[in-house]
Design a protein around this ligand. Structure first.
Ligand code: C2E
Ligand code: CA
Ligand code: CA
Length: 460
């Protein structure tokens, strides 16, 4: 009976362990994290120390899973767990909360800065490209940080605040680290209310275009402008897409936004030219839904014709092209038709999902836009990540060269990046270094300010 008792105890321990740990990575699971947070808050209150919590979300994980298979996805999860284990102080608890979200509990801390600093270190480490089964993956993580001062003993509140911080980071600066503050998330708590407001916004023409310049890196000449949607909200002012685009998509309003933007972008181009500026073209973002709509190309053609413009005046940036599956996907034919008509067809956010490489040979595209996360990686923190980022960019440019499509790098923020990208052979660029997205009147000023000495070298 003693042996049976021991076996029973072992089995019980194993069951208990399983109930508290994630089987894939061996990290604590959500239930265990929760109870450890409660314990840490109580211990902190007794010791006069605070408690920190970081929530970590891997970017583009779904894409990795879908395009490279679950085993590769699992490999990234295990690598993330190992990285957390390797970098945390002994009293910190790493956990896998679910899917691609992880957490780090930092107990008995003297201040929020230490937790924030740790989160930044983890973010940098998790943001380096990794080799997964021989192919590079541009890994990135968003991190939300919350802090409970000594004697604020609510686990629910701490978790809620870390979640709000993470949502905010994902909305504004994916791949970054954000600290909770009470201002976060307040203005837009209620998705249903926003969806209703968005419907009215569509009916009342509140969607407007801002324009961001795109330049030739070689001589600094103007390529054109990307039209980016803004919601000119009657009370809240001009809102960026991170506040509403996802909700608009869920509410079935993408069609309305795409149509409004087509008109706004072309009207904007006509205005710029009417003021005497040579603007080669504007570009427009098209959602995946739009690409499968059989009447779409005709409506675009009609809008262009109606203004006496030609297809070469408009480039279409194709979003979410990773989701394109197989040659039978109607999106493939839509892109092909646009390209044959003479419109620019550009793959947006290139380099964030490796299915893009497959898409490149299948789709009739004239350019690809290197995602700003890759440009950021190239600049980030020096060392191995930086040179790997550079190699990825170099490889993309070489590939594009072989296929005869041009390359535009987005998110260029500094003069050094311009120089480096030019050196790597990247022909086109866009980013805060040259100009932020601006409303039309500011664009006209921007054009007027540069016209006397144009064309000139692209410098920040
Ligand atoms: P995107 O197509 O990748 O657009 C570029 C985004 O990067 C813009 O954000 C722009 O403001 C930002 N950006 C430009 N230069 C820099 C830089 O140097 N540094 C940094 N950190 N960011 C830079 P925005 O306007 O908030 O748009 C976000 C996304 O919303 C767009 O990403 C696009 O996916 C979507 N979107 C915007 N307008 C439309 C639209 O009219 N229709 C559709 N379907 N989607 C749109
Ligand atoms: Ca775009
Ligand atoms: Ca992009």
């Amino acid at each position: 009976t003693r042996a049976r008792e021991a076996a029973l105890a072992r089995a019980e321990a194993r069951c208990e362990r399983q109930a508290r740990h994630d089987p894939l990575t061996g990290l604590a699971n959500r239930a265990e994290l929760r109870s450890r947070i409660a314990a840490a808050l109580a211990a902190g209150a007794a010791a006069g120390r605070g408690t920190g919590l970081c929530l970590i979300d891997l970017e583009h994980f779904q894409e990795l899973n879908e395009t490279r298979g679950q085993e590769v996805g699992d490999a990234l999860l295990c690598r993330t767990a190992a990285l957390l284990r390797g970098r945390l102080p002994a009293d910190h608890l790493p956990a896998r909360v679910d899917g691609d979200s992880f957490a780090v509990l930092a107990p008995e801390q003297t201040g929020v800065e230490a937790v924030h600093g740790l989160a930044r270190e983890l973010g940098a480490a998790l943001g380096r490209p990794v080799l997964l089964e021989g192919t590079a993956w541009a890994s990135a993580a968003s991190i939300g940080v919350a802090w409970a001062a000594p004697g604020e003993p609510s686990a629910t509140r701490l978790i809620g605040e870390a979640e709000a911080a993470l949502r905010d980071v994902k909305a504004h600066r994916r791949g970054g680290v954000g600290l909770y503050s009470p201002a976060i998330g307040k203005p837009f708590a209620d998705r249903a209310r926003i969806a209703a407001e968005l419907r009215r916004a569509a009916a009342e023409g509140q969607f407007v275009a801002h324009f961001q310049p795109q330049l030739r890196l070689g001589d600094g000449g103007l390529l054109g402008f990307e039209a980016l949607v803004r919601w000119d909200h009657p009370e809240k002012g001009v809102l960026e897409p991170c506040y509403f685009l996802e909700i608009a998509a869920d509410a079935g309003l993408m069609e309305a936004i795409d149509s409004a933007m087509l008109e706004r972008a072309l009207d904007g181009l006509v205005r710029m030219r009417a003021t005497g500026h040579a603007v080669p073209r504007v570009s427009l973002n098209l959602s995946a839904v739009a690409l499968r709509d059989p009447g779409r190309v005709d409506r675009i053609l009609w809008a262009v014709d109606r203004r006496d413009l030609v297809p070469a005046d408009l480039a279409v940036e194709l979003l979410e092209t990773v989701r394109i599956v197989g040659d039978a996907d109607p999106a493939v034919a839509c892109i092909d038709r646009l390209a044959r008509l003479g419109f620019g067809t550009e793959l947006d956010d290139f380099g964030t999902g490796y299915a893009c490489l497959a898409n490149l040979s299948r789709l009739n595209v004239s350019a690809l836009k290197i995602d700003r996360s890759l440009v950021r990686q190239m600049r980030a923190g020096g060392g191995e990540g930086e040179s790997q980022g550079r190699e990825i960019v170099r490889a993309i440019i070489a590939l594009a060269g072989r296929l005869g499509v041009s390359v535009l790098a987005e998110g260029i923020e500094r003069a050094e990046e311009t120089a480096l990208l030019r050196e790597l052979g990247c022909g086109l660029g866009q980013g805060f270094a040259f100009g932020r997205p601006m409303p039309l009147p500011a664009v006209l000023d921007w054009l007027a300010a540069r016209s006397p000495e144009a064309p000139r070298r692209a410098s920040a």
